[in-house]
Each structure stands twice: as structure tokens, then as C-alpha cells.
Design a protein around this ligand. Structure first.
Ligand code: HEC
Ligand code: HEC
Length: 139
């Protein structure tokens, strides 16, 4: 499990350092984000809140979306998001994508190092700022 996180955070590292300075989305409902995660199925359950947020922000950046693209609104206060809820089906697509990305890295880029840096793929590799990766017509 720990290894998985490293692989995942490894490929987000560059993205994270960029988002740290651009502040894509102002940190709304901070209390909600800070409490213990209760519905993690892919990420380690004991992940730190900082690491979790860095990964979430890297998703926003890679797909050029906001948190609400994957997270459903709260029932009692639809202005806010219910991060633990699975009511938004896009969240499960994202889980599938996280698994797939890990699998591709495990299978094809396990020890691919260039100048000591692990060369692996991340969401950004395919999405490049689009919710749906676009294929350019050839010719
Ligand atoms: C591309 C989809 C996507 C985007 C965008 C996204 N998230 Fe997530 N988020 C997920 C998925 C998937 C999980 C569950 C991961 C798992 O099961 O291990 C999750 C889990 C969480 C959790 C843990 C909830 C719990 O209690 O289990 C929090 C908090 C969270 N996200 C906050 C955010 C914030 C804040 C943003 C915007 C900065 C954001 N997310 C953007 C997909 C996304
Ligand atoms: C190997 C390429 C590839 C990688 C890597 C990848 N994706 Fe995707 N993703 C796709 C493709 C292609 C689609 C469109 C598939 C479809 O619509 O059926 C897609 C669709 C999605 C969607 C649905 C978008 C929508 O409009 O509903 C989400 C959410 C998503 N990806 C999240 C992620 C996240 C988060 C990561 C990183 C953990 C990731 N993807 C990594 C190729 C990729």
C-alpha cells in the first residue's frame, strides 16, 4: 500500500509544485477537507491531509476541473461538497483511472529511471488539461 502511494505521489510531484504556486481553487470548506477521510478505497486510509489535498489538487490541474466535477454536493447545504459521498458517478471513474494509472506504471514503468528520476505516467500524461482526452485526427 505504502509503495502504491509513493508511485502515485511520485508522478504528481511536478504537478503539485506547480499548483502550489498557482492556487487554482481557493480552499473552500476547509473543515470538511481536514477531517479524517472515511471512504478511501484506493489511497492509503492513513494518508496525511496534506498528501490527500496535494493529490486532489493535481486532479483539478490535470483535468482542468474543479472539485465538484467528481464530488457530489452536500444534501443539507448544496453550496458545499460532501467529499466522502459516492453519489457523483465521476468519482468512481476517477477511482478506475487511479487503478489503471498505477497498473500501467507497475507493469511498464516500474524501474524506468532517467538521471535518477523515476519516469512514470500520471493523469496529466493523457488528460493534459481536458476532462476527456482528445485524439487528434491524423492526416
Ligand atoms: C478527478 C476526480 C476528482 C477531483 C477533481 C477531486 N477529487 Fe477528491 N476524491 C476523488 C476520489 C476518486 C476520491 C476517493 C479516493 C479513494 O477511494 O481512495 C476522493 C476523495 C477525496 C476526499 C476524502 C473523502 C473521504 O472522507 O473519504 C477528500 C476530502 C477530497 N477528495 C477532497 C477533494 C478536494 C478538496 C478537491 C478539489 C481541490 C477534490 N477532492 C477534487 C476524486 C476527485
Ligand atoms: C492512459 C491514458 C489515461 C490516463 C493515464 C488517465 N486517464 Fe482519465 N481518461 C482517459 C480516457 C481515454 C478517458 C475517456 C474515457 C471515456 O469517456 O470512456 C478518460 C476519462 C476520465 C474521466 C471521465 C471524464 C468525464 O468527462 O466524465 C475522469 C474523471 C478521469 N479520466 C480521471 C482520471 C484521473 C484522476 C487520472 C489519474 C489518476 C486519469 N484519469 C488518468 C485516459 C486516461
Amino acid at each position: 500500500m505504502k509503495r502504491k502511494l509513493f508511485t502515485l505521489s511520485g508522478c504528481f510531484l511536478i504537478i503539485i509544485s506547480i499548483t502550489a504556486f498557482t492556487n487554482i481553487e481557493k480552499t473552500e470548506n476547509l473543515d470538511e477537507q481536514k477531517r479524517e477521510p472515511k471512504n478511501l478505497q484506493i489511497l492509503p486510509k492513513d494518508i496525511s491531509s496534506d498528501d490527500l489535498m496535494a493529490i486532489m489538487k493535481s486532479f483539478n490541474y490535470a483535468l482542468n476541473v474543479k472539485c465538484g466535477f467528481c464530488h457530489a454536493p452536500q444534501k443539507e447545504n448544496p453550496e458545499k461538497l460532501d467529499f466522502a459521498s459516492d453519489d457523483n458517478p465521476t468519482k468512481d471513474v476517477a477511482r478506475y483511472m487511479m487503478k489503471m494509472t498505477n497498473e500501467i506504471n507497475e507493469k511498464h514503468f516500474k524501474d524506468h529511471k532517467k538521471d535518477g528520476v523515476l519516469m512514470q505516467i500520471g493523469c496529466q500524461t493523457c488528460h493534459n488539461g481536458h476532462p476527456d482526452p482528445v485524439m487528434r485526427e491524423i492526416g
